[in-house]
Design a protein around this ligand. Structure first.
Ligand code: HEC
Length: 159
């Protein structure tokens, strides 16, 4: 023990090693799991990102069918908007990790367009629990239709 104390003084990094050895296994695990939990919560707390839609044609807000279907610029803007705002729940590339529906399954048709814009504007809140946050305050319709235009490009009915 005397030897260990001596070398701890001589080499400061040994101090840390000594402390780690003194820490009981349960408290070391608690420390580690605390780090993991805070990382998960930090991830879930992402602030919605507004989307720059200046390069897209103006809309009236009355559209119930995607005015940008197949529009290259909209697809590009939509891909980035999706990654920043939706991927954390619906998965990168819209490949769901299981916590939210797989959006590749949504058929690229007019009926689904209307369903889509309503969902994204209002989110999904049931019995006071927010399953998906509403995006009406973050996005204009142009941003929502741009995301939908990108989603069409990854449509997969068997997903
Ligand atoms: C906090 C996680 C979360 C985020 C962020 C999120 N969603 Fe969702 N979304 C969900 C969940 C969970 C559901 C399923 C809700 C339910 O139980 O009905 C859902 C449902 C949907 C639906 C209906 C799907 C279906 O098959 O009926 C659409 C469309 C949708 N989300 C689009 C989006 C888009 C686009 C974005 C990004 C702008 C987004 N979501 C962001 C969690 C999220």
């Amino acid at each position: 023990m005397a030897r260990a104390e001596h070398s701890a003084r001589a080499h400061p990094p040994d101090d840390l090693q000594m402390n780690m050895k003194k820490m009981s296994l349960p408290s070391a695990l608690l420390l580690l799991s605390g780090l993991v939990v805070s990382a998960v919560f930090a991830h879930g707390d992402v602030t919605p990102q507004t989307v720059d839609t200046a390069e897209l044609e103006e809309l009236t807000g009355e559209e119930v069918e995607n005015p940008y279907r197949g529009n290259e610029k909209a697809i590009e803007i939509g891909a980035s908007a999706y990654n920043q705002n939706c991927a954390r729940c619906h998965g990168l590339g819209a490949v769901s990790g299981g916590i939210a529906p797989d959006l590749r399954k949504l058929p690229p048709d007019a009926a689904t367009d209307e369903y889509f814009i309503e969902k994204v504007r209002n989110g999904v809140i049931r019995n006071g629990v927010t399953y998906m946050p509403p995006f009406a305050d973050t996005f204009n319709d142009q941003a929502i239709w741009a995301i939908r235009a990108w989603l069409d490009t990854v449509y997969d009915e068997d997903a």
